[in-house]
Design a protein around this ligand. Structure first.
Ligand code: DON
Length: 299
């Protein structure tokens, strides 16, 4: 299959809709001023084909897509021990919800809601200490094949306004479920969210997920990460994503979404305006068009 014409066609089909659906995330001030009309997509296949369209080469804030990569790093380092502190069930709640943490004694439902990613960050600070951010950058640079950096302005903006994340971290700490100081854990968490990458870089970086781990993690771990992306990667819209798209996906409030077709390809889309569940509105439409035109699905 030649994917370039398909991506071009999706970009052309959605061109008139850019910026019309949803809202750019405003609770992180440094993200609020991004132009809602951006739209890009890129893919890379297991056979070495790549394709890019629209703003696919422009870097943006990957936000919660980083949760896939920190989970990968934690699974590499901790294996099964990781799951003592983090569950594997969809939450059915918004990504920044506090309610379930109280009922379940500070154990987050899954590693992709904010509480779960903060718990993963705590584990990484335990393993790597003050080198944790550098280890994450090294992983990302290795996966993307070129240096990847944090957007320090976005990280600072999140630190100044991350009242909910502070609440989540302090709440878990009160249950004895974080080992490290809240400040150190959130410093890693805010920086991982502030990684700047393009769709091209993201599709390439995630490609171990469609290649049985490709030496980054084991085949079994890769299957598990994909299963978590399908069930939890888009929060309370995960059922809708499975229904309409049928691929493991991970979204971020920067408007990016990474999708995986095991043994075939990884696809990244970006459009900053979000729907009510915090997922890119046009990004989701682009993924729907892609699966309709290619017939690809894990089902
Ligand atoms: O912690 C936050 O709220 C943001 N840095 C990341 C949230 C996010 O991307 C959730 N995704 N849809």
């Amino acid at each position: 299959m030649d994917f370039q014409p398909i991506l071009d066609d999706i970009a052309a089909t959605l061109a008139a809709d850019r910026g019309l659906h949803g809202q750019v995330a405003s609770y992180i001030p440094a993200l609020a001023r991004i132009d809602a009309r951006h739209f890009g997509l890129a893919l890379t296949t297991t056979e070495g084909q790549s394709a890019v369209a629209g703003d696919g080469a422009l870097p943006f804030s990957i936000q919660s897509i980083s949760k896939v990569f920190t989970l990968t790093l934690a699974m590499q380092q901790l294996g099964e021990d990781l799951w003592a502190r983090i569950g594997r069930e969809p939450s059915g709640d918004p990504f920044n919800s506090l309610v379930q943490l109280e009922h379940e004694q500070g154990k987050p439902r899954n590693p992709f809601i904010n509480a779960g990613a903060i718990a993963v960050a705590d584990r990484l600070v335990s393993v790597f200490g003050h080198r944790a951010k550098a280890e994450l950058l090294a992983l990302m640079g290795g996966l993307a094949g070129e240096p990847i950096a944090f957007d320090e302005e976005v990280a600072a903006s999140e630190a100044q306004t991350g009242f909910r994340n502070l609440a989540l971290a302090n709440f878990m700490k009160s249950f004895g479920k974080l080992d490290n100081p809240v400040d150190a854990v959130l410093d890693l968490y805010f920086h991982q969210c502030a990684l700047r990458m393009s769709c091209v870089q993201l599709a390439r970086a995630a490609s171990y997920l469609c290649r049985d781990g490709a030496g980054i993690c084991t085949e079994r771990q890769t299957r598990r990460i994909n299963a978590l992306m399908l069930t939890c990667g888009t929060y309370d819209a995960a059922g809708e994503f499975a229904f309409r798209i049928g691929l493991p996906c991970k979204s971020g409030v920067g408007g990016g979404i990474v999708a995986v077709m095991p043994d075939r390809l990884t696809l990244a889309v970006w459009s900053p305006a979000l729907d009510a569940t915090g997922n890119s509105a046009l990004g989701m439409r682009a993924l729907e068009l892609f699966v309709a035109r290619t017939g690809l699905s894990v089902f």
